[in-house]
Design a protein around this ligand. Structure first.
Ligand code: MN
Length: 310
């Protein structure tokens, strides 16, 4: 059955809360004003002014409060072991976490978590923080330098040598990424303590259940308040800021590696990358590659072929 959502004023929500007094539930979801269950219908009102009517008789119930209601396609799916996104998460104080370098043959894997308080959201907008995919390298560097002066963050970088070592020992890239996110979040929580974020949002790279499975044998795993979303940069600026800082860290590493290579190393994993890797092999020998690249990528084989050594 489709949910019905109406948008109303907090005043009216107060009235509703009174009306549903006898039916109020003990628990209110995060961001909620009240939750009630009347017959088969669950009514949940949020501070954003949204009221959701779910279940049997929801149409009649919603009608009492105005005709502005519309049916939403389907209830938000609740992920197996992840917390569902709080209703008004974009207005909350949030730790956001994102990674860069997973699809790049050259360069490290960088993960950054940042903490953005709700009062700082307008400032971040002012500074031009948005989805890093829509920013040039120059913009990334400028914004990152601003952010680094006042945003609490944890920045982790797994260089190519270490990456290749753990990867060749059998750890998947997904697991490596999960470990880095968990560590960055724990570091940052420690940094901002005793303050606590309202939510922790990870830009989704795996299912929540997979993420927590990767962390199973870790001593300390942050589970509380952790939620996932794809395109999380557009849900909260903390993730956008994290993605900018991660990209900045990655760019710095690429500049250093290019210096060591003696020519600019390209991003990504396309044919230009194969050619650059072949050039590295020809000029410095195959043995240098693990210091520059993620050698389990198919690019290694292609580069060897181009360099004429396979
Ligand atoms: Mn991401």
């Amino acid at each position: 059955m489709a949910n019905i959502v109406i948008k109303t004023t907090l005043e009216k929500i107060d009235k509703m809360k009174n009306y549903y007094g006898p039916y109020l539930k003990d628990k209110t979801p995060s961001g909620g004003v009240f939750s009630a269950r009347k017959g088969g219908c669950t009514i949940t009102a949020y501070r954003s002014g949204k009221v959701v009517f779910q279940g049997a008789g929801n149409e009649e119930e919603a009608k009492k409060w105005g005709s502005m209601g519309h049916k939403s396609a389907a209830p938000k799916p609740v992920k197996a072991s992840g917390t569902p996104l709080p209703e008004n998460i974009s207005m909350m104080s949030v730790i956001g976490s994102d990674e860069v370098g997973k699809g790049d043959y050259f360069g490290p894997l960088a993960v950054v978590a940042t903490y953005v308080k709700k009062e700082q959201i307008p400032l971040l907008k002012e500074l031009g923080v948005k989805d890093s995919k829509n920013l040039t390298d120059g913009q990334i560097i400028a914004i990152a330098k601003d952010l680094l002066t006042f945003i609490p963050y944890s920045s982790l970088k797994l260089d190519n040598k270490k990456y290749n070592k753990v990867q060749s020992a059998g750890m998947t890239q997904g697991k490596i990424t999960a470990l880095l996110h968990n560590r960055a979040i724990l570091n940052l929580l420690e940094k901002i303590a005793p303050e606590k974020p309202d939510a922790i949002l990870i830009d989704q790279f795996a299912k929540a259940s997979t993420y927590f499975r990767h962390l199973k044998e870790q001593e300390k795993v942050q589970k509380e308040k952790v939620c996932f979303s794809t395109k999380a940069e557009s849900i909260h600026l903390a993730v956008a800021a994290a993605s900018i800082l991660a990209r900045y860290s990655f760019l710095q590493a690429m500049a250093q590696l290019s210096k060591e290579a003696g020519f600019p190393l390209p991003k990504g994993a396309g044919p230009i990358v194969d050619a650059a890797a072949a050039r590295l092999i020809q000029e410095k020998g195959l043995v240098c590659l693990p210091g520059f690249a993620k050698i389990h990528f198919a690019n290694t084989g292609k580069a060897k072929k181009i360099a004429g050594i396979s």
